[in-house]
Design a protein around this ligand. Structure first.
Ligand SMILES: *[C@@H]1O[C@H](CO)[C@@H](O)[C@H](O)[C@H]1NC(C)=O
Length: 350
């Protein structure tokens, strides 16, 4: 009798131990652009696609999924580190259902931005629309888990936002007579930060509490931008990097402000800038051979449909390259950045 009781006690302690080791976070919920799109664009009419070879050639099964990389993206690694699934499925992918999305889902869309005018450029999913999909997700989650359990998932999930690069490189600096004729670069940053603020407030209003707002990478160092910088020996475009740092400063201030204003929120600014720049400046110390051109095709300008299987120049081993296509990191870079973000930024949630 005593023995039985003792082993029950041991078992219950063991179960408590398991639940503390296992994820405090029940789900990873993702909004953003191609940095975190796991295939939503495969299901909308746009040319911003990557669901063909050689994209995904190092993904499980060598399968292109719509991720803009040779393998997994940062959010896949983050999900795994949280004790959840090793990949985060796209909400529009009919191969997945609410039972999958209940632990991880991406509403992101490649080529989108904070600004509606950015998503218009390639007819992708606007940022505001991602929140509409999220509302639909909440309804489905309540049907699947029941009201109580769903509310618990909604408030304890980690929400990750990664967006903004396209507002500058695909829109502001690329569309003549567009936003650049309306706003100075500094005004445009304020405009975008305002959209970020209202998005976070709405997400909070819908029940989110643990939110990571992502900063911009050193976008002047993407091979595509370097290619245009011939006059300076294809160095990083310094002015773009400065804009990224300025904008990150604004997001950092926004995060501090909202943490004071919104009761119970845990909002974290997740800055990939310095770790990414460190990789680009010291590729060899991470095992990379090449940082200024990408693996796919000539590595100078190709992405999306221009990065395809017919290209003879594509590199053999993407692990030697920081960039997979002219705009997106390789799986290996994604993993290094994700590890850094998990250890240095998201640790309060783990
Ligand atoms: C973007 O478009 C949506 C839908 O038309 C609209 O509700 C929203 O206010 C727009 N955002 C901005 C910042 O203009």
């Amino acid at each position: 009798m005593g023995n039985k009781y003792g082993s029950w006690l041991l078992l219950s302690q063991f179960l408590v131990l398991i639940t503390t080791i296992q994820a405090k976070i029940p789900a990873l919920i993702v909004f953003g652009d191609s940095s975190v799109d796991s295939g939503n664009n495969d299901y909308i009419p746009t040319v911003a696609r990557s669901n063909f070879e050689p994209y995904g050639r190092d993904f499980q099964g060598g399968r292109p999924t719509g991720r803009f990389s040779n393998g997994r993206i940062a959010t896949d690694f983050i999900s795994e580190a949280l004790g959840l699934k090793p990949t985060v499925p796209a909400y529009l992918d009919p191969a997945y259902g609410i039972s999958d999305f209940a632990v991880g889902v991406s509403f992101a869309s490649a080529a989108t931005g904070y600004d509606n005018a950015t998503s218009d450029v390639l007819s992708v999913i606007p940022f505001w629309k991602q929140l509409e999909y999220y509302k639909d997700y909440q309804r489905r989650l309540k049907g699947y888990l029941g009201e109580n359990k769903a509310s618990q998932t909604i408030s304890e999930a980690l929400y990750l936002i990664s967006i903004g690069t396209n507002d500058f490189v695909e829109n502001y600096y690329a569309v003549p007579g567009g936003r650049s004729s309306e706003y100075s670069i500094s005004q445009y940053q304020i405009f975008l930060a305002g959209i970020a603020e209202s998005f976070v407030r709405k997400l909070y209003g819908l029940g989110a509490r643990k939110i990571s707002l992502g900063g911009l990478p050193p976008m002047g160092c993407m091979p595509l931008e370097r290619t245009t910088n011939m006059m300076n020996g294809n160095e990083c475009v310094e002015s773009y990097n400065i804009v990224a740092m300025d904008f990150n400063g604004k997001l950092y201030n926004l995060v501090n402000k909202l943490n004071k204003e919104l009761p119970g929120v845990q909002l974290i600014f997740s800055n990939p800038y310095y770790v990414f720049l460190h990789i680009i400046r010291n590729p060899a110390s991470y095992g990379f051979d090449e940082t200024s051109v990408a693996c796919c095709a000539t590595g100078m300008f190709e992405m999306g449909y221009a990065c395809n299987r017919n290209n003879l120049f594509t590199c053999a081993n993407a692990d030697k390259y920081v960039f997979w296509d002219s705009f997106h990191p390789t799986q290996k870079t994604n993993q290094i950045i994700a590890n850094y973000i998990v250890k240095r930024v998201l640790y309060p949630f783990i």
